[in-house]
Write a protein that binds this ligand. Sequence first.
Ligand code: GTP
Length: 391
Amino acid sequence: MEDDIPTLVETELDEVPQLQQSTPTVPLTIICGFLGAGKSTLIKRILTERHGYRIAVIMNEFGDTADIEANAINVTSPDDPSKQSEEFLELANGCLCCSIKDAGVAAIEKLMEKKGAFDHILLETTGLADPGPIASMFWQNEEFSTGLGREIHLDGVVCVVDAVFGQKQMEEDHAVSGIGESLRQIAGADVILLNKTDLVPLEEADHLQRLISQVNPTATIYRTVKAQIDLKLIMGIDAYETRRITSHDPSSLLHVSDVECTDSCKEGDHPHHVGPHHYEIRGISSLQVAYPPLTVSQLEKLDEWIRTVLWENHLPGKTSSENGQLEILRCKGIFTTVEGGLHILQGVRNLYELEKVEDDSDIGLPDEGKLVLIGKGLDETVRRSLEEIVV
Ligand SMILES: Nc1nc2c(ncn2[C@@H]2O[C@H](COP(=O)(O)OP(=O)(O)OP(=O)(O)O)[C@@H](O)[C@H]2O)c(=O)[nH]1
């Protein structure tokens, strides 16, 4: 009998370091979506269903949480009404809910004191929030990376789009500095849930999905009813990882939808096909450029191009006034080099990272590199300027 004991202890010791290595920081997912699209429905599901994940959800307000309490969900705090104003609520399914009423980082700092109680953070934004600045708070931010960034990392941005009103919201969006919030949300998303598809005919959902892909060809789109989605598809997606990739098919890192315009797309009021892989809706468009394996100097030129455009809002060698308004909301890229290296680009607004992938010896290289830009002013001049990098 006693002989069994050392074997058990040994197994436990073996497992601990492996777990610590594979989860060095807690992933954070930003959830955005226009008013009424279904964000709260998604979050309510996460907080109440038995999915087996321990997720901490940071909400704008406790309004919906009070609703969850009213629905007799087991909250660990006693039945004291004043407890509703508590900042943290632990729910029956192991999830944790907290308010972000004060300041984002402060709420997360408090949350991290509870580390160990959860393994993923979801941050819900308000319906009118632009996810770009929020994402940049958690990514490539020096202050963050020397503080909280040692404990959490940005996993991805999920946008919930209303299948009934989504198109109207995109087209009628009141522009703030030229670009409306619903378009900014779609442009900044890594995963899009086209929700409420039970309320529209199939063709309407197809049409809206096509419009969304035209604005953001890099996002993965799932159709949902009542935000029913396998959580594995929206969490743990590592959308901002550039140095280390686990996929053996690196081109899958830059998922790009290939969509063509239909007859119904008219210039000016709908996305339209401007050139190969170039579409536009209310000033926002995406631009895709393919690249052969790059030399070191071409990669440096590309880096300089991205830096100039993202930081100075004009093309290299031109002044801002010459090029009209150029604003990049999101950029992604995957590039191979003639030496056989693989480089990944990730960018949110004026922040970007162009990094060589570590230990790429056992992963296949894609046939061609690809750059995808989403933003404003992405016309043929921009395309030509990008193509000149490899001439
Ligand atoms: N029929 C149908 N109704 C849905 C679906 N998803 C959500 N709803 C309903 O749509 C309404 C709005 O959903 P919410 O989850 O509150 O939307 P929200 O994005 O959180 O809204 P805000 O907090 O105002 O930004 C609610 O009445 C939901 O029950 C769906 O897939 N189908």
